[in-house]
Design a protein around this ligand. Structure first.
Ligand SMILES: [Zn+2]
Length: 272
């Protein structure tokens, strides 16, 4: 055989070599992995120190960022009022119409007149709703109950409701179709029906496109707009105080003022 040509070595007598770990090497001495197991790819080879340093740095930056975001959030919560918190009514000046100053009764109701009739008040959400739309209505209903002390129960829990409030998310065109006073800016309507004893039914229509956006960007505002419509459903009109719950425009900073609570308390019936 000419020199340089492949020439396997003869295995030792009795078979292959045995590695210290007991691995029986079927190969021949002189082969690349003779005398030990073939190189393994698992576990992964150690990361070179430089790459490891960069990784630690990135983890450090991510942790610092997370802590900073947490601190900013806590500070934000401490210094911004909870806009859906119901304030305590202490001393509220009233106008000639019996409501807190600057508030009106609902336009289609007689001044100082119609309120909900006495009896169980129920609510129901009908039709399709945007993501988060059902819980927003439930939250607004709970706030109205909290503000007035009037239980407002899901309609299927009450055998004979006295007042029924239904909520529906509708296309913008429906709002224009249902009310002469609605405009392209209208985001909600409450259509009330009443007997000589008071309001028996209210249909709250909510502008779906507005709520699709607002529920994801400014959820509190969306809840407070629904609560505003409940105010109308109870027979309450607008307030001229900016950012008030019953201000005619959703400012993005709507909140519940003490006067709003007083106004809600005034319109609900005294059934005692
Ligand atoms: Zn309004």
């Amino acid at each position: 055989m000419p020199p340089g040509q492949f020439q396997p070595q003869v295995p030792p007598e009795g078979g292959g070599l045995v590695s210290p770990g007991g691995f029986a090497n079927p190969g021949y001495a002189g082969y690349p992995w003779a005398g030990g197991p073939p190189p393994r790819t698992w576990p992964s080879p150690p990361v070179p120190p430089r790459r490891r340093k960069t990784a630690y740095k990135l983890i450090g930056i991510a942790l610092a960022f997370a802590v900073a975001v947490g601190v900013v959030n806590i500070a934000w919560d401490l210094f911004t009022p909870d806009r859906t918190e119901v304030p305590v009514v202490e001393n509220v000046a009233r106008g000639a119409n019996g409501l807190p100053e600057g508030y009106e009764w609902a336009g289609d109701l007689q001044e100082g007149g119609d309120r909900l009739i006495c009896g169980p008040v129920t609510w129901e959400l009908v039709g399709d709703y945007p993501r988060g739309g059902a819980t927003a209505v439930a939250e607004a209903v709970a706030l109205a109950s909290q503000m007035t002390g009037v239980p407002i129960k899901p309609v299927d829990e009450v055998a004979i409701p006295a007042v029924e409030i239904t909520f529906e998310y509708v296309p913008s065109s429906d709002l224009l179709a249902y009310s002469d006073t609605a405009s392209a800016d209208t985001i909600g309507l409450a259509l009330t029906q009443h007997t000589s004893f008071g309001i028996t039914e209210s249909q709250v229509l909510l502008d779906e496109p507005y709520f699709v956006t607002t529920l994801s960007k400014n959820r509190d505002e969306a809840v407070l707009v629904i609560l505003h419509e409940i105010g109308h459903a109870f027979g309450l009109g607008h307030s001229d105080r900016k950012d008030s719950l019953m201000y005619p425009y959703a400012t993005g900073n709507t909140r519940i003022f003490e006067e709003d609570v007083a106004a809600f308390l005034t319109v609900v019936p005294d059934c005692g």
